[in-house]
Write a protein that binds this ligand. Structure first.
Ligand SMILES: [Zn+2]
Length: 103
């Protein structure tokens, strides 16, 4: 599962940093479900140094753009790969970000 891998990466990365009880990540919602991500983080951090960490998630909603000129936030997961106007393959402009903003 994608969320599990991301959480494991995050924890590995945070171990190298000084968290001071707070961390903030940027997460594209086309990459992972923020609620699921938060849940998995809570499960994994139980009984560890990260248990009391306040994890803030800044979400980025997906935006697709197509060579036909269509550009929008997809209303369904299908629109991530099929343009609703021309049926072509749109490009994902944003929505797959994963970045640690703090610390
Ligand atoms: Zn199109």
């Amino acid at each position: 599962m994608q969320e599990t891998d991301l959480v494991m990466n995050l924890m590995r990365e945070l171990e190298q940093r000084q968290c001071n009880g707070h961390a903030k990540v940027k997460l594209g919602t086309a990459l992972a479900d923020p609620a699921k991500f938060q849940d998995i983080f809570s499960n994994f951090s139980r009984g560890t140094y990260f248990e009391s960490l306040n994890l803030e998630i800044e979400t980025v909603d997906p935006v697709i753009s197509c060579s036909c000129g269509y550009r929008a936030s997809p209303r369904s997961p299908e629109e991530l790969s099929i343009c609703p106007v021309c049926g072509g393959e749109p490009e994902l402009e944003q929505g797959i970000e994963f970045e640690i903003l703090e610390p």
